[in-house]
Ligand binder design. Structure first.
Ligand code: SF4
Length: 477
């Protein structure tokens, strides 16, 4: 979809483009009106008068809207108007309306904190941002869950993330920074650098009396480490960080083919309370076409092994995988529910590259996609409640990622990381921490380095860089 966008002021360009991307995943913006152009959108701002005109050169139709608004309302009213002209022209609405951000729950959390009544919070979503009423209610209930989970956290508590960005196999749909390797020497080198960071940063925070509230070891594929490595990693974490009052420790085991009895024992001995084994789909033909290199039977075997260790278990499923329709996704969900994991996370596939194939696929899906309503309904019927939600840009059908849990088994780290209320200390290549400055509401990213080889070779530099950032944030730590 080639779009010519002409703005009399560039102030609202990013918001307008986000609305356009929400409708047209493959939107490409062209610099001038050409024969290849599909749509032209003109936004004219003259003092308090705004005019929006959408033209389809090929089909020769025009949609227009003009209105007056105060300057402080201009941003949202322009977004609303652009949404309305596109929605009218193409005859469909988006369940998230003009809300294009990745954390839709934040609006409810902010308003709740200011004492705004529930009905007004819902209206903020539905009336101002055209969000579907069910999604609005979901956001409000998730804001309440977040508050219940985090309100009694000690002021000196943080969430700790440890990243293992290596996988034995590259899944076709993956957009994470993760290196493919099974070379034990390379993995040991990475672990060695990571342990140095754990010791240095752990000692720094223990001296400052910082407590770990939740720990998440994620990837990549952390279960790629052998049992001795897992034992060593978990031992050093407990040695160098204060985990005495930790409420949750998750090991994202990830791929079923990496899970063994010895590794599960090392996780249990090392104090892990929650593990994730990700099915993604319960259909072997899908698993094959997405290059997962695994079967449903391997997943079931690993799940049964892990069940003996009394971990809280999470299973991920992805909606929108190549070759899957909605009923296949629903069938996978029914199979996973029958295993009774404590947590089930539903992801929507997100495309990182905007390709035309994806656009066509998304259009087709939009015609048939009934949203996650039936999946959410089934989970509710089986005793699961949503506890966290986030969105990704370029997700199939504009869908979201939602974590469900049996009551009382919310993933604390997941809630913490999305809340922007909890400081995140993140260790490892590609791991990004977060400092939440409560007084200014500023969120500062703490990024050591993205590149795994650089991390291994220059670990002292990475540690030094992070320490400098933490030292500069002495009002927080
Ligand atoms: S296991 Fe996860 S991180 Fe690794 S390649 Fe597959 S999707 Fe990406």
């Amino acid at each position: 979809m080639n779009i010519f966008l002409q703005l009399s002021k560039t102030d609202y360009e990013r918001q307008i483009k986000n609305i356009i991307y929400a409708f047209f995943l493959s939107a490409e913006f062209v610099a001038c009106r050409t024969q290849e152009m599909d749509l032209a959108l003109f936004v004219e701002i003259l003092q308090d008068k705004i005019s929006i005109r959408l033209e389809n050169a090929k089909e020769e139709w025009i949609k227009e809207k003009s209105f007056s608004c105060k300057e402080e309302q201009r941003s949202i009213e322009i977004e609303q108007a652009v949404y309305e002209v596109i929605s009218e022209a193409y005859g469909y609405i988006l369940s998230w309306g003009i809300l294009t951000g990745v954390r839709p729950v934040k609006i409810a959390s902010r308003l709740m904190k200011s004492g705004v009544a529930d009905e007004q919070i819902i209206a903020e979503y539905t009336d101002r941002r055209f969000v579907d009423a069910e999604k609005a209610k979901l956001c409000l209930s998730l804001a309440k869950t977040e508050n219940n989970c985090l309100q009694n956290m000690p002021k000196n508590a943080v969430a700790l993330y440890v990243h293992i960005p290596i996988c034995p196999h590259r899944c076709k749909y993956c957009s994470f920074i993760s290196k493919q390797s099974t070379d034990q020497y390379y993995i040991a080198q990475y672990l060695n650098a990571l342990l140095q960071e754990i010791r240095a940063i752990g000692a720094y925070f223990s001296n400052k009396n910082i407590l770990v509230d939740s720990l998440y070891i994620g990837g990549g594929t952390p279960a790629l480490l052998d049992a001795d490595m897992i034992e060593k990693l978990l031992f050093e974490l407990v040695q160098y960080f204060d985990t005495g009052k930790m409420r949750e420790a998750t090991f994202e085991a990830g791929r079923a083919d990496c899970i063994t009895v010895e590794k599960l024992e090392a996780m249990k001995e090392g104090g892990m309370s929650r593990i994730c084994i990700n099915a993604q789909s319960m259909h072997n033909e899908t698993l094959q076409s997405i290059g997962r290199g695994l079967t449903k039977e391997e997943f079931l075997h690993a799940y049964a092994l892990a069940r003996k260790y009394s971990f809280a278990m999470n299973v991920d499923l992805i909606y929108g995988l190549e070759g899957e329709n909605e009923s296949m996704f629903y069938d996978s969900l029914e199979q996973v529910i029958s295993l009774q994991p404590e947590n089930i996370t539903l992801h929507t596939l997100a495309y990182k590259k905007k390709a035309k194939d994806f656009e066509n696929k998304m259009r087709r899906e939009r015609e048939h996609f009934t949203g996650f309503d039936s999946a959410y309904g089934l989970l509710k019927k089986k005793g699961y409640v949503p506890y966290y939600l986030y969105r990704q840009k370029h997700a199939v059908s504009g869908g979201e990622n939602t974590g469900f849990c049996k009551e009382g088994t919310e993933g604390i780290y997941n809630i913490s990381v999305l809340s922007d209320r909890v400081n995140i200390i993140a260790l490892g290549a590609g791991a990004v921490g977060k400092i939440c400055e409560k007084n200014t509401h500023r969120i500062r990213r703490v990024d050591g380095c993205q590149e795994i080889d650089f991390y291994i070779q220059h670990i002292h530099e990475v540690i030094h860089k992070k320490r400098r950032i933490y030292e500069a944030s002495n009002k927080v730590f």
